[in-house]
Ligand binder design. Structure first.
Ligand SMILES: C[S@@+](CC[C@H](N)C(=O)[O-])C[C@H]1O[C@@H](n2cnc3c(N)ncnc32)[C@H](O)[C@@H]1O
Ligand code: SF4
Length: 376
């Protein structure tokens, strides 16, 4: 049976963070029953497809899915449990660390969530305030303690390369984070996304970001410290104790099929690219009328598939296995890529080659250009 992962998007948050361009919205009131009905309807729409697949992971992402009612999550998991599930099924929920949400971790564990990914973002109150977060550093540590009591597998996110952050400050913050003993961390450098409040503030010179050299030193320092504590950088921004890599995220990077459910969710099934309607209430309306909130679905050409396969796989430190790539596309490696370009990239230190093809540290920053040149 072919593997598939399922992503479920909950598009609501208590407040909109100034850096965030995810499909997340603030609403005074949410009719949880109608939303549950829509999720169940859209999953049902894909039942023929799911009947022939083995589900390897389920990921509740957002938005803030820790604000979903436990009964909604329970009913969704119950529906999915009628399909074939992998013995190592990973069920992740993204959670914010406010005290109200942390108090619900026990319920989430009871209904089958077996991994939480907590948005800590910073471990000092001044930066949490700058990032527009509604929790304090104390809340964050408390939420991690509660996660530890309820889950063997939990991860948390931090955002670094913040305005005025020095190497020394980040080193101290990261060392405090590592004392919290998560076996998986996602560590992202702050990026300024179009359409966010930070985009306007940054372009009005209200704050500055670390320059390229400092950003690169912060990244290298991050890798050194984290690796000294037994976690490996297995993807550009993701670190895990071996065996605790996220099964769900690996399904994207290994270019496995994934089904996206909910507003704005993307999917890749049977070589088709799918995108659901972005706006929450428009998605809801269409699902209730037509059983699926699809906005767009198109067949990916072979070249597009090869480009996406490499774009995802080269994010991984382990790179892409050439034999597996040849098997998947039923062509030899030399037919799949441009050998002259590959040679040039190896010479410029962007790519390495043995049984696998890898992007070097320098290459990972230029993945889009590498793929554009490499794929025939
Ligand atoms: C969907 S968001 C977070 C989910 C959850 N609502 C939260 O805020 O914790 C996933 C992660 O992306 C990261 N992120 C989002 N926007 C970012 C940005 N502009 N720069 C760096 N990291 C960002 C944050 O670390 C965040 O936890
Ligand atoms: S970072 Fe998380 S809580 Fe903040 S707006 Fe984005 S999805 Fe919502």
């Amino acid at each position: 049976m072919q593997p598939v992962s399922i992503y479920i998007h909950w598009p609501f948050c208590k407040a909109k963070c100034p850096y965030c361009d995810f499909n997340s919205h603030v609403r005074n009131q949410i009719d949880h029953d109608i939303w549950l009905k829509a999720y169940l309807t859209e999953i049902d729409y894909y039942k023929e497809y799911l009947n022939n697949k083995k589900i390897t992971s389920i990921f509740f992402g957002g938005g803030t899915p820790s604000l979903m009612q436990a009964s909604t999550i329970d009913a969704i998991l119950n529906k999915i449990s009628h399909f074939t599930l992998s013995d190592t099924l990973e069920i992740t929920l993204e959670a914010n660390p406010t005290s109200i949400e942390a108090a619900r971790f026990k319920d989430f564990a009871r209904i089958g969530i077996n991994r939480v990914s907590i948005g800590i973002q910073a471990l000092n109150d001044i930066d949490l305030k700058f990032l527009g977060r509604t929790h304090s550093a104390k809340n964050a540590i408390n939420a991690i303690e509660i996660a530890k009591e309820n889950f063997t597998n939990y991860s948390f996110d931090l955002i670094y390369a913040r305005p005025n952050q020095t190497l020394k400050q980040w080193e101290q913050e990261l060392l405090s984070a590592l004392k919290l003993t998560a076996k998986h961390l996602s560590l992202y450098q702050l990026t300024i996304e179009k359409g966010t409040s930070f985009y306007r503030a940054y372009h009005n010179n209200e704050f500055k970001l670390p320059d390229e050299d400092l950003a690169s030193n912060l990244y290298n320092l991050t890798n050194d410290i984290v690796e000294n504590h037994g976690l490996k950088c297995y993807e550009i921004s993701n670190y895990a104790v071996p065996g605790f890599e996220s099964i769900h995220n690996l399904s994207y990077w290994n270019y496995q099929d994934y089904l996206g459910i909910g507003p704005g969710a993307h999917g890749r099934i049977n070589n088709q690219a799918q995108m659901m309607i972005h706006h929450p209430e428009n998605w809801l309306k269409q699902v209730l009328e037509k059983k699926v909130g699809l906005q767009q679905q198109n067949e990916l050409s072979l070249t597009e598939q090869i480009e996406e396969f490499l774009l995802m796989g080269l994010r991984l430190t382990s790179g892409v296995n050439i034999k597996l790539m040849e098997q998947r596309f039923q062509k030899s490696f030399k037919e799949l890529i441009n050998p002259a370009q590959l040679e040039a990239m190896i010479k410029y230190g962007l790519v390495k080659l043995d049984d696998n093809i890898y992007a070097t540290k320098k290459g990972r920053l230029l993945l889009n250009q590498i793929i554009a040149n490499l794929v025939k």
